[in-house]
Design a protein around this ligand. Sequence first.
Ligand code: PEP
Length: 251
Amino acid sequence: MRKKIVAGNWKMNTTLAEGVQLAEEVNAALENATPKCDVVICVPFTHLAPVAAKINQTKLGLGAENCADHKSGAYTGEVSAPMVASTGATYVILGHSERRQYYGETSETLREKVALALENGLTPIFCIGEVLAERENGTFNEVVARQVEEGLFNLSAEDFSKIILAYEPVWAIGTGKTATADQAEDMHAHIRAVIAGKYGQEVADNTSILYGGSCKPSNAAELFAKPDVDGGLIGGAALKCADFMGIVNAF
Ligand code: PEP
């Protein structure tokens, strides 16, 4: 059966000291808790090793927010999948809409990143989602299906089974505008059907599909109650321990 997961995406927020403190707070909140989902924090590269040293990863998973599309070499400023893995992190967000939009990430580069992440034992949290114009002109189902197909359908069924998907409608990210629980459910069921068409129903049923976009303690329970919504990728609300734990406890 697929996993329920709540993952934080800290983006480019917190200094190292602030980040370590936040990670320690979340770690402490989970220490004596028995959440009904896996909990993960994805943090800036600079924070990975110091945070890894402070948290109990049997209770709180750790991930990066990106990795390079090359293994090593003359790529100044890049951080590779083996480097991320060497910090002790085990997850990596790939294809976030901010990376696609501001840094020109394409399905082609994402296929390289996914392959390198998997080779290095990292679990990709692969993001997909339509922009507002695509929601409004009704092409959102095709757009999201294409992102899944182009980014991931080169994988074997075995490798695809290691992927976590995050549906994040771009118009809902950081805007305070959440997709309704029904809009999220419709899209998640659509994505699952697309996966079933390629890899079969069993693989589709075992794939965790998270929702992301202005998820907060007040709307998480309604979203997570939907049968195809397996948790959340959380931006702004992951930066305060109480809010993040409020979402974790929505399960
Ligand atoms: C995100 O960027 O992954 C995200 C879901 O952001 P927010 O929760 O702030 O909308």
